[in-house]
Ligand binder design. Structure first.
Ligand SMILES: CC(C)(COP(=O)(O)OP(=O)(O)OC[C@H]1O[C@@H](n2cnc3c(N)ncnc32)[C@H](O)[C@@H]1OP(=O)(O)O)[C@@H](O)C(=O)NCCC(=O)NCCS
Length: 180
């Protein structure tokens, strides 16, 4: 995977094994996992396994979540990007999911919107995606606001079926689609 996207303040690049400490700092924060089923990490091996899994997606699907860092400091901010979901969720299978996750210290600086806008531009214009979907907890106000700012519209609320180890079965979940 060889990606580098620059925005005004951020660089988007592949996730590397050397990001494991930063990934663990982010994913061991219960606040970050508040709307993600509360499965926050307790061991750095979980971050290592997660990065290895993302590398497998890079190899097999040509995409996967990408690291976001600050341009001026090089500090790790979080991740953004696409994932090919091969399980059935809300009657969709083999669809492109868009998402993001940032360290709490970087929230509310406009970073998710800035990185998300650049990633979507790449997805539409370089990767040629036609249909891009996103899901959130119904109460995840910040994430829903970011999606709406980026041009997603709420299609429906559905009960999550537990296909991925993401959140509780039957949790009310938003189903968003990019565009009208
Ligand atoms: C969701 C997340 C990525 C947002 O990142 P961010 O960089 O803070 O987002 P931005 O600053 O670009 O935009 C946030 C917007 O939501 C608004 N917002 C913040 N908290 C909010 C809340 N509780 N309810 C409604 N809107 C809220 C902000 O005011 C801002 O909107 P504005 O630009 O119109 O003022 C970040 O909170 C995060 O990583 N959360 C944990 C992981 C997660 O939930 N990921 C999404 C899974 S679906």
């Amino acid at each position: 995977m060889n990606i580098r996207i620059e925005t005004d303040r951020l660089v988007i690049r592949p996730l590397e094994m050397t990001d494991e400490t930063s990934m663990f700092e982010m994913d061991s924060d219960p606040g970050v996992h508040r709307y993600l089923g509360n499965h926050f990490y307790t061991r750095i091996e979980q971050s290592r396994d997660n990065i290895a899994f993302i590398h497998q997606q890079y190899r097999e699907n040509g995409i996967g979540r990408w690291a976001v860092e600050e341009k001026t400091t090089g500090n790790f901010v979080g991740w953004v990007g696409f994932k090919l979901i091969q399980e059935t969720i809300n009657e969709h299978v083999n669809f492109i999911d868009f998402g993001y996750r940032l360290m709490q210290k970087h929230w509310n600086k406009g970073y998710a919107s800035e990185a998300g806008r650049a990633a979507l531009d790449y997805g539409l214009n370089v990767l040629g995606y036609k249909d891009i979907y996103a899901m959130t907890d119904i109460d995840n106000g910040a994430s829903r606001r970011v999606l709406e700012k980026l041009g997603f519209h709420l299609v429906e609320i559905f009960p999550y079926n537990g296909a991925l180890n993401w959140r509780e079965v039957n949790a009310p979940t938003t189903w968003y689609k990019l565009g009208v």
